[in-house]
Design a binder for this molecule. Structure first.
Ligand SMILES: NC(=O)C1=CN([C@@H]2O[C@H](COP(=O)(O)OP(=O)(O)OC[C@H]3O[C@@H](n4cnc5c(N)ncnc54)[C@H](O)[C@@H]3O)[C@@H](O)[C@H]2O)[C@@H](O)CC1
Ligand SMILES: Nc1ncnc2c1ncn2[C@@H]1O[C@H](COP(=O)(O)OP(=O)(O)O)[C@@H](O)[C@H]1O
Ligand SMILES: [K+]
Length: 499
């Protein structure tokens, strides 16, 4: 099984295939290995299954299906191929593999979906170019309705490998498991694709090792290997300000909780010092709750500017529970702090004016800035960025603003202006709890304060956030997240060395 970070878009997958063939591996050998991996996985998952129905489509995905059919029949299983197009209409390697299948072939309309123990879905893979319709749509719907477990080849048919969603309004197969090849695609990780795939495995099909690195892939699964090298480690001779001083802008007295969540999060993830800045009435509320966190008076954005003028802040968070004056406070942070995390109310304040926010960000292009909108805030800020996948939209927003964008949700995408992007799949649904976003903004700011580059900091913050929630389990509230983050960090940083 392949364990790796890269996610290959369908076009990159096709190119990987082409380069593998150019390097001397035949297309038929790739297809044979792909079909064999599918057959292996079917036997591993359903060792007691005896009757297999293979749904074979018109392209190479169908070719993989014919290989799997042959391999399973060789093991003594009763295999029927239900063909979307007659085998004689196939071409290339798929035609060759169909010619090597000597078992039963039935037109798909006549197939008995309920009579199988397992259905292998080899209708369409990376070549899906329009929504399923006609006989293919019927087959997908009948397969789903049969309640027979489905093993999808490459992707569940109807699911687009880049989008993580069906094309248009077409139906999509709901698989119990999916075997893909070489590397996963974004659509295996983005929702709803991740759910539709069931248990995903990635098979090595003999693609030469140099091929994937030669593609210049910029989309990754959000895993520690992507950013752990940049994770801050306290220096032996460090002091608190060298570890980074983070500032959190507080809203008025009845909205202070969000800022406190961000502040605790920044501190727990390792910022050396954290200050909450706000109006005196708000600070009085904070004072009743905090000890290690410092408080500084800033009645409005002018006050905030003075604070930035008076001392160095390695990062600032503006947005959580910010209330009125948030736009000016965001502008002050973008001008005065060494890095900034903009969240929540900032996106409402700049609704429909992303270019003004971008201009404020680009006044200092080298300053790391992270934006952390959820889908609703994203739609408010970028009403015209509606096309493509969540990955495409986050990338477009990053390139437009010059900031790293963490587009939140169960499949949070972190995208950098240079085109890199990471998709998270580790957040449990218990993270959907009020204030969790404020904590995420604080984690980002705490890592930025310690000098971690913005893309890595945002990706690490998102991953740590998800792990912390998963580790806590049921009953999670946002206040718990900063407290469980140290256990996640301990795992990441490794136990201290013994003497
Ligand atoms: N990537 C790799 O390294 C390898 C890929 N292989 C397989 O090759 C597949 C891709 O093969 P193809 O590019 O032939 O693509 P597919 O087999 O997914 O299907 C492509 C064919 O279906 C047609 N088509 C697309 N959408 C349709 C729709 N909704 N209704 C009717 N017809 C439709 C296309 O015009 C094309 O003729 C992968 O998914 C994988 O299963 C393997 O054979 C081996 C190696
Ligand atoms: N279904 C879900 N599964 C996993 N994580 C989720 C889910 N829904 C939301 N989240 C995460 O929870 C956090 C919620 O943040 P946000 O919407 O800003 O809430 P709040 O404003 O209350 O803090 C985000 O990090 C988001 O990615
Ligand atoms: K498929």
């Amino acid at each position: 099984m392949v364990m790796s970070l890269e996610l290959l878009a369908c076009a990159e997958m096709t190119e990987a295939d082409r380069r593998a063939v150019a390097a001397g591996v035949s297309g038929a050998a790739l297809m044979e290995a792909a079909g064999a991996a599918v057959a292996r996985r079917a036997r591993e998952l359903w060792p007691a299954a005896r009757r297999i129905l293979v749904l074979a489509g018109p392209g190479a995905n169908g070719g993989d299906g014919y290989v799997a059919a042959r391999r399973l029949a060789e093991r003594g299983l009763a295999v029927t191929v239900a063909a979307l197009v007659p085998p004689e209409r196939l071409s290339g390697d798929a035609a060759f593999m169909a010619s090597r299948w000597s078992g039963a072939v039935t037109p798909i309309a006549d197939a008995d979906f309920g009579a199988a123990d397992v259905i292998v879905d080899a209708l369409f893979g990376a070549g899906l170019s329009r929504p399923l319709e006609g006989a293919a749509a019927d087959a997908a719907e009948r397969a789903n309705a049969s309640r027979t477990p489905i093993l999808a080849v490459d992707v569940p048919s109807g699911l687009h490998g880049d989008l993580g969603a069906p094309l248009g309004r077409g139906p999509v197969v709901r698989a119990a498991a999916t075997v893909t090849f070489v590397r996963p695609k974004p659509g295996h990780v983005l929702l709803p694709g991740r759910t539709l795939c069931g248990a995903l495995t990635v098979a090595d099909i003999g693609t030469p090792e140099a091929v994937v690195p030669s593609l210049g892939v910029a989309t990754f699964r959000n895993r520690p290997a992507l950013w752990s090298g940049a994770l801050p480690r306290p220096a032996t001779d460090g002091h608190k300000y060298r570890r980074g001083h983070a500032l959190v802008w507080s809203g008025p007295e009845f909205m202070t909780g969000a800022a406190r969540l961000s502040a605790f999060a920044a501190a727990r993830v390792g910022a050396g010092a954290v200050t909450i800045a706000g109006a005196p009435a708000a600070l009085r509320v904070h004072a009743a709750h905090v000890s290690a966190i410092m408080l500084a008076e800033a009645v409005d954005a002018d006050g905030l500017e003075k604070l930035f003028g008076a001392r160095r802040f390695a990062s600032a968070v503006v947005g959580p529970g910010a209330g009125p004056g948030v736009e000016a406070a965001a502008r002050a942070a973008l001008d005065g702090a060494e890095s900034a995390v903009l969240d929540a109310d900032v996106f409402t304040a700049f609704a429909g004016r992303p270019d003004e926010l971008a201009a404020a960000i680009r006044r200092a292009p080298a300053r790391p800035v992270v934006l952390t909108p959820h889908e609703g805030e994203f739609a408010r800020l970028f009403p015209d960025l509606t096309d493509g996948s969540k990955l495409d939209r986050a990338r477009a927003a990053a390139s437009r603003t010059g900031a790293v964008v963490a587009l939140k949700g169960a499949d949070t995408v972190v995208a950098a202006p240079d085109g890199r992007a990471a998709i998270a799949d580790n957040a449990p649904p218990t993270l959907a709890t009020a204030g969790a976003g404020d904590v995420l903004a604080g984690f980002c700011a705490g890592l930025l304060a310690q000098g971690m580059p913005a893309f890595e900091a945002a990706a690490a913050a998102v991953w740590i956030h998800g792990e912390a929630a998963a580790g806590f389990g049921p009953g999670l509230i946002a206040d718990d997240l900063p407290h469980v983050a140290p256990a996640v960090l301990a795992r990441l940083l490794g136990a201290p060395k013994d003497s």
